[in-house]
Design a protein around this ligand. Sequence first.
Ligand SMILES: Cc1cc2nc3c(=O)[nH]c(=O)nc-3n(C[C@H](O)[C@H](O)[C@H](O)COP(=O)(O)O)c2cc1C
Length: 266
Amino acid sequence: MAKAKVMNPTLKLLLNRKSVRAYEDCELSREVKDAVITAALRAPTAGNMMLYSIIEVQDQSLKDALAETCDHQPFIAKAPFVLLFLADYQRWTDYFQASGVEALCAEQGVTMRKPQEGDLFLACCDALIAAQTAVIAAESLGLGSCYIGDIMEHYEEHKALFGLPQYTFPISLVCFGYPTPQQREREQPGRFSKRVVVFEDRYTRFEPERLEVLFRERQERVFGEREEVQGARNLGQLMYTRKFNAEFTHEMTRSVKAMLQAWLEE
Ligand SMILES: Cc1cc2nc3c(=O)[nH]c(=O)nc-3n(C[C@H](O)[C@H](O)[C@H](O)COP(=O)(O)O)c2cc1C
């Protein structure tokens, strides 16, 4: 756990959290699931509009499908509690329609505005803040969790699987379950030190020499004594190949572009 001078049970919980990818083979009670969802619904939300929806993925065949479409991660299929967080402007768009906004715009001689890129980003903020609130609520109940960013891939398939309308986008999937003893004991992964990430008043860009120093600890942790890992000679080369330029990243970009095109279609 990270060292801190100020401490209380909530901070302790936050500092102890780690992603959990293997779960005890036991059901969660409806009460526990509802407690997590109820907490998520109290998350801050832009304009109190709740620009998100949550789909509880219960059907095993849907979990099995997600385990494949989300970059082949089998643990998704084994998670006892899975929540899909959607950025959602559909509900408000439908309400605007139902409220005669089109007629109002016609009276005023203006075109009715449809959700655009900014609206999507705001809805993504809402959905992610609700997701993280669920993660922390779950943690407080002894549950582990793991985000699945790969849900942003295969937009068309996920749209069909969950019946998603135009102004929705699955921005995150979160798997929950009681951690196995092995997961409970697993060490927390390290983080960048504060000076890499937290600045005062102005953004700080680092020169190559400074970057080498700042990333050295991570590099040593991953490389150890090895001079090369998977053809990469340092952490930058490895992360570029393994993450930034990986096949799943290309699919994510394709998928997000397809979603944007659908979102912006008149
Ligand atoms: C947006 C986002 C997407 C993520 N996607 C995945 C994923 O697809 N699969 C996975 O196993 N972990 C995923 N994670 C979990 C991260 O790998 C994890 O948070 C990170 O390695 C730090 O570990 P920690 O959460 O245990 O501190 C994701 C986390 C975030 C925030």
